[in-house]
Design a binder for this molecule. Structure first.
Ligand code: ADP
Ligand code: MG
Length: 184
């Protein structure tokens, strides 16, 4: 099933000179880029990109709580709360800082099962546990405990839509209809 998904090469990856490396991984898998731009968001613009519904906040907060329990640390020490939604809100603020701290490259990638395939190439949210061969596993060792201690987002190099429905919203955030290039 042909799908479209949004990928953002985040500021840490641009700074590390990884734009070409990252794009080539999608190309060699047989996916194709149908829209692309380099830009810099303000913090306010970046904040609008991330969802603010309770489901999303809870999901991000729960992942963070899981990593705290893995290392046996009390999240209240760093974050002042152990409520997943509250933690999600804190992380959402850090994400706006992260996405606006430098230039980014946004692109729309098209192909068979593009959403899932791109997530597979990108790896898991947490770089230190993301397998070798994935973008996040190969180019970062960041972990949530370190990020939360330093009161910043997890620097994980790329964003990729996590469902076709989210992809649609995220693509519309960055691109208009006349910015897509149709080719075979
Ligand atoms: P993904 O990017 O893998 O889809 P999420 O959508 O759950 O991950 O989270 C969005 C972004 O929030 C992540 O890419 C990461 O930069 C940041 N993030 C997620 N969890 C944490 C955390 N516990 N601490 C700091 N930043 C986090
Ligand atoms: Mg996500």
């Amino acid at each position: 099933m042909i799908e479209r998904t949004l990928v953002i090469i985040k500021p840490d990856a641009v700074k590390k000179g990884l734009i070409g490396e990252i794009i080539s991984r999608f190309e060699r898998a047989g996916l194709r880029i149908v829209a692309m731009k380099m830009l810099r968001l303000t913090k306010e613009e970046a904040a609008k990109f991330y969802p603010s519904d309770e489901g999303w906040l809870r999901s991000v907060g729960s992942k963070s709580l899981k990593s705290y329990s893995e290392i046996g640390k009390d999240p209240r020490e760093d974050l002042g709360t152990d409520d997943p939604v509250e933690i999600g809100k804190i992380i959402r603020g850090w994400l706006a800082d992260y996405l606006s701290m430098g230039p980014i490259v946004a692109m729309v990638i098209e192909g068979n099962r593009a959403v899932e395939v791109v997530r597979k190439i990108v790896g898991s949210t947490t770089p230190y546990s993301s397998p070798p061969g994935t973008i996040r596993g190969d180019f970062s060792v960041d972990s949530p405990d370190l990020a939360n201690l330093e009161k910043r987002a997890l620097f994980n190099l790329v964003h990729a839509s996590d469902s076709p429905k989210e992809a649609e919203r995220e693509i519309r955030f960055f691109f208009r209809e006349n910015e897509f290039v149709d080719y075979t």
